[in-house]
Design a protein around this ligand. Structure first.
Ligand code: AMP
Ligand code: GLY
Length: 408
């Protein structure tokens, strides 16, 4: 089968890499570090299945356009993608589906927002309603910072229209977990669980990022935990979407927190996680393409993917200045030595080309995945490979998967 993967990051490289075990795959537009990239628009790529990676084209309705052309697509339409495109709407669906989640309020008015903020205890969570490239969430114990965020968001100064409506949430604490559920509109199956390291610095300090590393499997995500998540969150959510006439065929990414009062859904995304994909998919044993085709056709038909007994760890190598203002154009050294280490695969994200050499071209530049019989071995391989890589100002967390019970 010929499969077209839409996107240009490490997630799309990992998707294509794993799909290529069984199929002919191209990535559009890809990047110079993904060998099978093409610059043909997705509408013009002849493919039996199109898999859409990032949220922006999903929210903009690319899946609908392709389906209207008779294409088989893995990825929700614009209606379902609203789960990520509007956090206020996502919370409405969560509440309707009776999924355990943080209490919240939605505001466009500053005075009302500030009044609600003061009822939220001492951990303040302020989120833009709309897409803000992963930067629209503030979690802080500093009330002044939260108040400034409310003002900056609502005025449009901080995130333009994305913040003119905002969500204020109860601050939750506990370890986090990412579960990617493959949905066929009615039912879903969970892929192997992963944990993401969201903060820029070691020991979870510094700003939130798109994710600086991840590992899979996760000790606290037992089979029972995953089954409860499917029964208490994912299936009721699909049912709530169906009540709204939404046929959700794609990944539902559940961001969970294990709070002292039980697991709660922090957020849904409508796509594979990045960098979770870089640790989850390499562990799949069966044909990922067939699984995605059955979901795209609307009938998983009892398919449940199996994963190897080993582990995977990915470490993100980011450019200097990430996440605020990454410096680009630095030559990436050491790729050949790094990728020749046993059990290592390097996924290219913010990568460009100059004079025949790969250079940095974005915030998160490479995702270095090590696989091994357990997390310790996978981690050792990933960091050995990272040690071979260099460019000026490269940023790496040194504690990814150091202790698999860490909170991420
Ligand atoms: P989101 O994009 O909504 O997942 O938020 C990004 C990150 O912010 C999450 O992975 C959490 O680490 C943190 N976060 C989001 N919502 C909350 C909350 N209600 N309480 C505490 N932390 C949160
Ligand atoms: N790693 C978090 C995300 O993909 O949103």
């Amino acid at each position: 089968m010929r499969i077209c993967v839409v996107g240009s990051g490490g997630r799309e490289h990992a998707l294509a890499h794993v799909l290529r075990r069984h199929h002919d795959v191209v990535v559009t537009p890809g990047n110079p570090g993904i060998p099978y990239s093409v610059d043909t628009p997705p509408q013009e790529v002849a493919a039996e299945l199109t898999v859409i990676g990032p949220e922006a084209p999903l929210v903009q309705g690319l899946a609908d356009h392709l389906r209207a052309d008779g294409r088989l697509v893995f990825g929700p339409g614009a209606d379902g993608a609203r789960l990520e495109g509007s956090k206020a709407w996502m919370k409405e669906v969560l509440v309707d589906a009776a999924v355990p989640t943080a209490t919240h309020g939605v505001f466009t008015d500053e005075a009302k927002a500030l009044e609600f903020l003061d009822t939220m205890g001492d951990l303040f969570v302020v989120k833009t309603d709309g897409l803000a490239a992963g930067k629209g969430v503030l979690v802080t114990t500093d009330r002044n910072e939260a108040v400034d965020a409310v003002r900056g968001y609502l005025s449009g100064n901080a995130f333009g229209d994305a913040g003119r409506r905002l969500v204020i949430e109860e601050g939750l604490t506990g370890p986090e977990l990412s579960v990617l559920a493959v949905c066929d509109g009615y039912d879903a199956v969970a892929l192997a669980p992963a944990q993401d390291f969201k903060r820029l610095g070691d020991n979870d300090v510094g700003p939130n990022t798109g994710g600086m590393g991840a590992y899979s499997p996760v000790p606290l995500a037992t089979d029972d935990v995953i089954e409860s998540l499917m029964d208490d969150a994912v299936r009721p959510t699909l049912a709530a979407l169906r009540r709204r006439n939404i046929d959700y065929r794609g990944v539902l990414y559940c961001g969970l927190m294990f709070t002292p009062t039980g697991p709660k859904v922090l957020e849904y995304n409508v796509r594979f996680g990045d960098p979770e994909t870089q640790v989850v998919l390499p562990r799949i044993v069966d044909d990922l393409g067939e699984l995605l085709v059955s979901a795209a056709e609307g009938d998983l038909n009892g398919r449940t993917p199996t994963f190897d007994d080993g582990a995977a760890v990915t470490v993100v190598c980011a450019a200097e200045g990430y996440p605020t203002s990454p410096r680009i154009g630095d030559r990436i050294e050491g790729l050949d030595n790094s990728s020749s280490i046993n059990g290592v695969t390097i996924f290219a994200a913010g990568v460009g080309e100059r004079d025949g050499h790969l250079v940095t071209a974005g915030g998160r530049v490479l995702s270095v995945t090590g696989q091994g019989s357990d997390v310790a071995e996978a981690r050792c391989r990933a960091y050995a490979a990272v040690g071979e890589l260099a460019w000026p100002g490269m940023q790496v967390r040194t504690d990814v998967a150091e202790s698999p019970t860490m909170t991420g």
